[in-house]
Design a binder for this molecule. Structure first.
Ligand code: DLL
Length: 443
C-alpha cells in the first residue's frame, strides 16, 4: 500500500502513472522505445547515421537494452558542430518550440521540441511536482528564468498541468518576489537554490519571516547544491527542499527529481535511460559506482539524444526507494567532469570568456575568473591583463576598454559580470595547465 504522500500523483493523472510500473514491464517498454528512437535518428539525422555506419551497426543490432552500449556517444561538441539544426529528426514544420543553452564558445547549443515532446516534458514535471507533494490548489511561484533557458517555461507548463496556480515571476527583483509570495499566499517555489538563499537573506532585511508564510515546498535545481544548503534552507523557512535535475540537451528540468523520502532523484526512466560510465574511458560502470551520467532520450521526436555525455558526476543508487517507485535514482550531482561553471543557474565556460577577449584589441591572453557569493548570489569577476600602453593612456581609454569587454561578456554569457583591468604580467602564471578559475563560493 502506498501512503498518502505517494498517492497524490495518482490523484493528478490516474491514467498515466508509470512511476510504480513493475520492473519487467518498464524494461520491456524501454527496449521498445530505444529501438524506435534509434530507428528515428538513423532515418532522419545524417550525423547519427554516419556514426552508426562507422561502427558497422544498424538499428537492427539493438535487440536488448544492454545493446545500448554498442551505440556511439553524443557530445556537446556534436551539438556545436551541427549548429543550429543539424541534429533535428523532425522537419521544422513539426517543431513547436526552440530553446538554447551556452555552448563552449560564442554560439549557443540549440534544442527543439514537437508538440508530443512538450507533452512528455509537461508530464515529467507533473510527476516531479506530484512526487514533491504538490497538487491542485497549490500556488506556485516560478522564479526560474523564462526565455531561452528551459527552467521557466518547463516548470510553468508542468505546474499548470498539475492544477497549481502559477505565478510566473521569472528571475530577479527579490523585493517583488518576496512581496508577491507574501501577498498571494504562495505555497511552493521553483528557483535555483542559491537564489532562494538570497531571498531568505533579503526577506530578513525587509522584516519578512519565511516561517510565517504558507510557503511549504521549494523545488530547487539547475546548479549543484549540498545537504548543508538544504539544512540551512529548511532551518530558515518552513520549506521542504527538493532537488530537481535536468539539462537542455535531454529536455530541460524534470529528467529526475527527489520524492518526499529525499533519498536520491528518481529518473523518469520511461523517457530517459540512464547509464554511468567511466569519465576517462567511457566504459559502462555498474549501479552503485560513481562516474559520468549518460542519458538517452527514449521518446524524443524533434531531437533524439543517444547516449549523451552529460559530464555530470553521480551514481545510480542501488535498491528500491521506500516510496515504492520503481524508477531508479541518482545521487546528488556535486561536480562535473569538464570546466563548465554554473553561475546564478547560467552555464558558463571559461572558453567563452577567452573567445570574447581574443576579439578585443588591447587585452592580453591572460585572465582570471574569480567567483564569490554575496548575500547568497553568485558574482563573477573577470580580471584581464591589458597591454602596457593602455595603462599609459588616459583613464578614458581604460574605461572605454572596460565597457567594451563588459558589454561583450554580458552579451555572450548572458549574465552580468564585473570586469577588472590589471597591468600586464600582474596575474599569477601557472607552471602547467593554466588555472583560470578561482572559486571562492562556499556552500
Ligand atoms: O539547468 C535545466 C534545469 C532547470 C534543471 C531548472 C533544473 C531546474 P541547462 O541550463 O542545460 O539546464 O544546464 C544543465 O545544469 O548538466 C548540470 O550540470 C546542472 N544541473 C541541473 N540541475 C542540477 C541539479 C538546466 N539539481 C546542467 N544539481 C546540468 C546539480 C544541476 N546540477
Amino acid at each position: 500500500m502506498k501512503n498518502n504522500l505517494e498517492t497524490s500523483i495518482a490523484d493528478c493523472h490516474p491514467a498515466s502513472v508509470p512511476d510504480y510500473a513493475p520492473l519487467a514491464e518498464l524494461r520491456a517498454l524501454q527496449l521498445r522505445r530505444l529501438q524506435a528512437v534509434v530507428t528515428r535518428a538513423w532515418q532522419n539525422v545524417e550525423h547519427f547515421r554516419n556514426r552508426l555506419n562507422e561502427r558497422g551497426i544498424t538499428p537492427e543490432n539493438i535487440r536488448s537494452i544492454e545493446d545500448i552500449a554498442k551505440l556511439p556517444f553524443t557530445l556537446k561538441s556534436d551539438l556545436r558542430d551541427t549548429y543550429p539544426f543539424g541534429l533535428f529528426a523532425s522537419p521544422m514544420k513539426d517543431v513547436v518550440r526552440l530553446h538554447a543553452s551556452s555552448g563552449t564558445t560564442g554560439k549557443p547549443i540549440v534544442v527543439s521540441y514537437t508538440k508530443e515532446d512538450i507533452d512528455v516534458w509537461t508530464s515529467v514535471l507533473v510527476r516531479s511536482f506530484a512526487g514533491c507533494g504538490l497538487h491542485h490548489g497549490d500556488i506556485l511561484q516560478n522564479a526560474y528564468g523564462y526565455g531561452l533557458f528551459t527552467g521557466g517555461l518547463g516548470a510553468h507548463y508542468g505546474a499548470e498541468a498539475l492544477g497549481a496556480a502559477v505565478v510566473p515571476t521569472s528571475g530577479g527583483n527579490a523585493d517583488r518576489q518576496i512581496m508577491l509570495m507574501k501577498d498571494f499566499g504562495v505555497t511552493a517555489i521553483c528557483c535555483t537554490p542559491t537564489y532562494f538563499l538570497h531571498l531568505i537573506d533579503r526577506a530578513a532585511e525587509l522584516g519578512v519571516d519565511f516561517k510565517e508564510l504558507p510557503l511549504r515546498a521549494g523545488v530547487f535545481g539547475a546548479e549543484p547544491w549540498t545537504e548543508s544548503m538544504r539544512r540551512h534552507i529548511e532551518n530558515k523557512s518552513n520549506v521542504e527542499a527538493f532537488d530537481i535535475y535536468g539539462l537542455s540537451e535531454i529536455i530541460g528540468p524534470g529528467v529526475g527529481c527527489e520524492c518526499r523520502r529525499h533519498q536520491g532523484l528518481h529518473i523518469f526512466e520511461d523517457h530517459f535511460y540512464p547509464e554511468i560510465v567511466d569519465p576517462e574511458t567511457g566504459e559502462p560502470l555498474p549501479d552503485g559506482s560513481e562516474g559520468e551520467l549518460v542519458l538517452t532520450t527514449l521518446s524524443k521526436q524533434a531531437m533524439p539524444m543517444i547516449r549523451y555525455r552529460t559530464r555530470d558526476i553521480t551514481l545510480i543508487l542501488t535498491g528500491q526507494c521506500p516510496c515504492g517507485r520503481t524508477m531508479r535514482r541518482i545521487g546528488r550531482i556535486g561536480r562535473r567532469s569538464d570546466d563548465m561553471l554554473i553561475i546564478r543557474g547560467v552555464n558558463v565556460f571559461p572558453s567563452q570568456v577567452e573567445s570574447v577577449l581574443l576579439e578585443i584589441e588591447g587585452t592580453l591572453p591572460n585572465y582570471q575568473i574569480i567567483l564569490t557569493r554575496e548575500q547568497g548570489l553568485d558574482q563573477m569577476e573577470v580580471q584581464v591583463e591589458v597591454t602596457p600602453h593602455m595603462f599609459n593612456d588616459k583613464i578614458g581609454a581604460l574605461q572605454g576598454l572596460q565597457g567594451r569587454i563588459q558589454a561583450a561578456l554580458d552579451h555572450v554569457l548572458g549574465i552580468r559580470v564585473r570586469v577588472a583591468l590589471v597591468e600586464a604580467h600582474s596575474l599569477a602564471r601557472s607552471e602547467g595547465k593554466a588555472k583560470r578559475v578561482t572559486d571562492r563560493r562556499t556552500s
